[in-house]
Design a protein around this ligand. Structure first.
Ligand code: HEM
Ligand code: NAG
Ligand code: NAG
Length: 327
């Protein structure tokens, strides 16, 4: 390399490092509330435990809420904003209503935090902590949540069209997650969330009754399981009916309950079963099933990454005083 070239490269490196350090001022920080509201994380954890003791399903609910928050306009708490007379908010879109639940848990944590440290703890951070606590309480691996997210002020039902529906195939799911910076493996890792929680029958009833003109039942669904599901979800698409997504352990974050089910053709959604549809993706499914601790660890890492999606930090950071209402 010529000395001129070396100089050019050095200059480039200096510029990049300078830019990175400017950006890092406005990054999320582990322990963000240690000096601002020391009990913030423990209060959220208490509210999550309280809710879980009431109904174990709330852990799944809070995990999904954080996902739906982060994928739409970034992790800015916009999923928590209520609709008003002139705006239909995210939470009232078909992707979220009636399936998203647990808003009261966030409200309870927020009320306590406002009386303790007014205007300090964002709704977006409460949701990120609650999702982590939900993972821990269902048997996942705990992780430190980088915090300092600001709350948004825009929540539009129409934005939720960007959430993948359960009818998507592998290619479509991969594209939706790639648009947010995730690899196919990370998408498969995060989908393991479906080892906890429940689903409305309407999300998969097409696989039981209306798959195609020639084949009413999805041939990629185990027929024995299909028969059991048909009992729980009779024809007619009753919007009130729900089933556990992992019937053997609906409140335990276990790899086998999800990836093992897929390997037995018992993935509940098209979007679950499709993860086994190529050699590469099937290898990831098999690996997650065979090495559950490794999956949990990768899952925790992917959750931290998801929690950083398009966050508002630094000077632009705003904290809503009521998670349901724009300040
Ligand atoms: C890969 C694309 C995904 C699709 C198509 C999808 C779709 C769905 C659907 C249709 C439900 C059922 C909701 C209901 O009817 O009540 C559901 C539930 C759930 N999803 Fe996903 N999901 C995906 C990825 C994820 C990710 C990345 C996470 C978390 C990181 C997640 C967490 C959950 C949880 C925990 C539930 C249970 C919610 C409850 O019990 O209230 N999902 N998902
Ligand atoms: C099957 O799907 C068609 C088209 O979406 C719909 O019109 C019909 O009502 C469905 N039938 C059942 C049994 O769900
Ligand atoms: C999953 O994929 C693997 C590899 O392509 C295949 O051998 C196996 O039969 C598939 N299992 C199911 C249940 O589709």
């Amino acid at each position: 390399m010529s000395s001129k070239r070396v100089l050019e490269v050095l200059l480039c490196v200096i510029v990049v490092v300078a830019c990175l350090s400017v950006k890092s001022e406005a990054q999320l920080q582990v322990g963000f509330y240690d000096s601002r509201c020391a009990d913030a994380e423990s209060i959220v954890k208490q509210e999550v435990s309280k809710a879980f003791n009431d109904d174990k399903g709330f852990a799944a609910a809070l995990l999904r809420m954080h996902f739906h928050d982060c994928f739409i306009r970034g992790c800015d708490g916009s999923v928590l904003i209520d609709s008003t007379s002139d705006n239909v908010a995210e939470k009232d879109s078909p992707a979220n209503n009636p399936s998203l639940r647990g808003f009261d848990i966030i409200d309870n944590a927020k009320t306590r935090l406002e009386s303790l440290c007014a205007g300090v703890v964002s709704c977006a951070d409460i949701l990120a902590f609650a999702a982590r606590d939900s993972i821990v309480i269902t048997g996942g691996i705990g992780y430190k949540v980088p915090a300092g997210r600001g709350d948004g002020s825009i929540s539009l039902a129409s934005d939720t069209a960007n959430l993948a529906p359960p009818t998507f195939n592998l290619e479509q799911l991969t594209a939706v997650f790639a648009a947010k910076g995730f690899t196919q493996e990370e998408m498969i890792i995060l989908s393991g969330s479906h080892t906890i929680g429940r689903s409305h029958c309407t999300a998969f009833s097409n696989r039981l009754y209306n798959f195609s003109l020639t084949t009413p039942q999805d041939p990629s669904l185990d027929p024995v399981y299909a028969t059991a599901l048909k009992k729980l979800c009779p024809p007619g698409n009753d919007p009130a009916l729900v089933v556990p997504m992992d019937p053997s352990s609906p409140a335990t974050l276990d790899a086998g309950g999800y990836y093992g089910a897929i390997l037995k053709s018992r993935g509940l959604f098209t979007s679950d079963q499709t993860l086994n549809s190529t050699v590469d993706s099937a290898n990831i499914v098999k690996q997650n099933n065979a090495y559950p601790q490794q999956w949990k660890s990768k899952f925790a890492t992917a959750m931290v990454k998801m929690g950083k999606l398009d966050v508002i930090t630094g000077a632009a950071r705003d904290v809503r005083l009521n998670c349901r209402v724009v300040n």
